[in-house]
Each structure stands twice: as C-alpha cells, then as structure tokens.
Ligand binder design. Sequence first.
Ligand code: GLY
Length: 563
Amino acid sequence: MKIYILFLTIIFLFTETFSASRDPVRGKNGMVVSADPIATKVGLEILKKGGNAVDAAVAVGFALAVTYPAAGNIGGGGFMNIRFADGKSYVVDYREKAPKSAKRDMYLDSLGNFNSDKSMFGYLASGVPGAVAGLLLGLEKYGTMKRDKILEQPIQIAEKGFPLNYRLASYINSEKEIFSKYNSSKKIFVKNNGSEFLENELFRQKDLAKTLKRISEKGRDGFYKGKTADLIIDEMKSGGGLITHSDLENYEAKIREPLVSKYREYEIISVPPPSSGGTALIQLLNIVENYNLKSLGHNSSKYIHRLTEAMRRAYADRAEFLGDPDFVKVPVNWLISKNYSNERRNTIDTLKATPSVMIKNGAPTNYESAQTTHYSVIDKWGNCVSVTTTLNGGFGSYVVVDGAGFLLNNEMDDFSAKPGEPNMFGLVGGFANAIEPEKRMLSSMTPTIVLKNGKPFMVVGTPGGATIITTVLQVILNVVEFGMNIQEAIDAPRIHHQWLPDKLFFEKNGLAVDVVENLRLMGHNVVERGGNSGLAEGILVDQKKGIIFGATDSRGYGTAEGY
Ligand code: GLY
C-alpha cells in the first residue's frame, strides 16, 4: 500500500510539473511575450530598469519594427489595451485611416469588378500609418520613461544589425519576386548579387535607424512632419499613392473606452470598434457561456459544433454592423448584451449545422494570411498591456519608403471595397465598413486582458486576420473551461469558422478523423488547411502562488521572458 501511495505521489508530482506541451516560462516580477526573441529581451530590459508595462510594450513595438519586418512596424497600426493595477483601463486606438482623397469605389474597375491586387499590393493599398502616433501617445499618457530611453535599443539594433533567424531569412527570400517590383524595397530585401539571405547573417537597416532617431528626437513630428513625412510623400508620388502631407499631419491616435464583460467569474477587457475583435469575442463568450463546455470534452465534435455555430452567428453580425464608430453607428452594447446572445443561442440546433446561407448571404475565398503580431506584458505592479499591431498582410504593401527604411501597410484591404466581396481574409462586409475619406478600416485585432477576483489573470492576443477572434476565444476557453496551462492553451489545435465562406477550418492534423466525420454528419463543411492559425502570445497569473506564466505559440519562434 505504501509503495502504491508513493507511486501515485511521484506520478502526481510529475504530472503537475510536466504537461503535454513544454512548460510555460515563469516569473515573479514581470513578463514579456512577443513573436520575436530580440524584441522580447528589449521589453524585459525596460521592465528590469524600472519601467512599467506600457514603457516595455512601447519598446517592444519599436523593436519589432526592426526585427520582425513582416508585421512589426512603424508603417502600420494597432490597438494597445492597458489595464492598470488601480483598476483604470484604456485602449489606445492607432488604427490606420483612409487618405482624404480615398473613394468608395477606388478598387473597382470600369465594369464595377473588385480589383483586389490594388487593395493588397503597392501604393494604393496603404492607409495613413498610425503606429508612431499610437505608441508615443501611449508612452506620454501612461508610460513613465523618456522617449529616447525607449528608442535607444531599437535604434542600435537597426544600426548595428541583428542576426537573421532561419524562419525570417526564408520568409524574406520567398518574397523576393514581389519586393523586386519596388526599387526601394529591393534595396533592403533583395540582395543585388542574386544570392539569398542566410541564417545568422547580420541584417542592418541604416535608413530605418535614422527614421527611429528622428522619432526619438522630435516625437510624432519626427514621423508625421519634416524629413520622414517628405520621404513618405515622395514615395507615394513615385507610385501614384494617395497619402498627402496633410493626411499625415492630421492623423490622430485616439484613447477609447475598452469593452468590459463577464464570462462566468472572469472579467473580460477587450478593444472596441474600429476593431471588431472585442465585440465579437464577447458575443462569442456570451453565446457559449450557457453550455456546459467542460462536460462535452475539449475538441470533441459536440464542443466544436457549438463553437462553430456561435462563430457563424457572430461573424454574420460583424459583417453587417461593425465599422469605424466615428463614421457609422455601431450597436455595440446590443451586440455584447447577454439578452442578444441568448436570442442567438436559441437559434442553434445542438444536433445539426445551420448553413450560413440561412443566416445571411456572401461569397467565398481561400486566401489566408496571418501577418499581424501580438505582444503581452505584465509588470511588477500588476499593470497589464496587451498589444496587437499589423501591416495587414505579411510585409504589408511590400513598399518600403525610400530613404526611411520601413514598409507601408496594405490596410486598405480591410475595408469592404464592394458589398459582399471578400477581402484577403475572406471577410465580407457592407455599408458599415465601406471606404470613406479619413475613415478607419475595420479590424479583427483582439488584444485582451482577463481578470479574476478583480486582479490580472490573463493577457492574450494573436495575429491571424479573420482567425484572430476565434483564436483568442479558444485560448481563453482552454484555460477557464479545460484547466490548461497557458502553453497548452496556446499550443492546442484550433478551429475556425467565419460565417462566410461556410467552411469549418481545422489545422493540419488538428482533429481526430472520427471527430471530423461526426462534424460532417452534423452538416458541417469541414476543411483541413495548411499553415497555422495565428501565433498567440499569452500570460497567465497564478494568483495564489504569485507566479506569472508566459507562453509563446509553438507555431512561431517567439519567446516569453520573465524575471
Ligand atoms: N489587418 C488585420 C486586422 O486588423 O484585422
């Protein structure tokens, strides 16, 4: 008997220590998680020097602009969700906006057909960048450190170079043909001797270092006015782009109220429009809250069926109602109300799929992309910052601003260029997200903070275009419903449905064959897809033990570092 008890104790100790995936990283005082190891280190150093979570997040943002060019950026935009330990919360919205001369039908040809090449690549694809305005507004209002200290490391890394890792070198090499179309981009991302970038090769960005120095010295004027602005406008003129000096000068990042809701005993804090992320996430959580998900089993067909039906309905609402709240009235409170979600849940048949066409019409596409990036930070005071930022597609418009060394976004593709016509993520939309001068295009970014007992519990977000919202949903449910640690929750296979196309996607080898068969019998159009859905970056706090756990998605090459 004694031996048996000893045996069980040993098993228990091992199962507590080891799980199905690698262990999350542990810290006591703070944690930074990002998609790039160098950027994570930059953020951690700021925390160790006494900076708060906002200081560290802003430093990570500028570092990613140097070391993670596919999505880290100063030529794009994002959302910073901040929750201070004293209970105050703010969202910095630095989403790009359409240039003043943008027109509703600017991507339609003479026959009224949508030309997605123009909204995805090149000069007409870019919205007015918001990243510099947003990062600096966040720092000035909510950070504690001086701008030059925050930018010191990113400038150095751009100037001295950093060793390319295998994944990044391969990614840049694979895009050689597109970069070669633009002289400014070719100079940086294509080698003139025809050879390829190699793993560990030093990647130096002198023009970018100079741009970052101007930002360090002059603040937002170092980007939206003067030399950098002149370089952006020269680049625009060289390729027929629409952004003007006054578009740049008039760009403003905005402080918005976060969306707050309850899921069981947890408080969910996420981002409002012009991202659809927080609204859809809360709606999804509300719809599934009344099911006993745990009893269904993780990724069982019954569980996936309920999630899918909730997703189908939330994304139909997204397409109809979500847009820039400064231009259209978005019924957010109604969408995130428990009453409305009860109505939506009542239309779900727990035994069979509701075809999307019965909820609303639209058109399909197969194109998928995941190039946005997320970082999560928590500091020793318990302040949390959750940031998602993007150029939209990988490397954005592929256009580098000559002499300034950074890529411009292709965020205009996030507008609904023609009602019912899918964008690069297959998302459709209507009037609420139609192109208008100076309007912010609808986003799916969902940087989220979860509280338990009024204290930080989880900080999470991800890239992944349309899949961002469903990834954040599943990571949260994996923790709160299925008791996974943050690494397991992030690594677990994910599914995705976005109403249109009417397809239930699952990651390669992500579902058992009999689960897929059951879902097909229920009427789902189940599709295995290559690639992955997002690269989530999360933090989970064990409030009893006072341990902060960090985890980066095993699908990527990011890191979590705590101290
Ligand atoms: N560009 C991706 C998003 O904002 O949703």
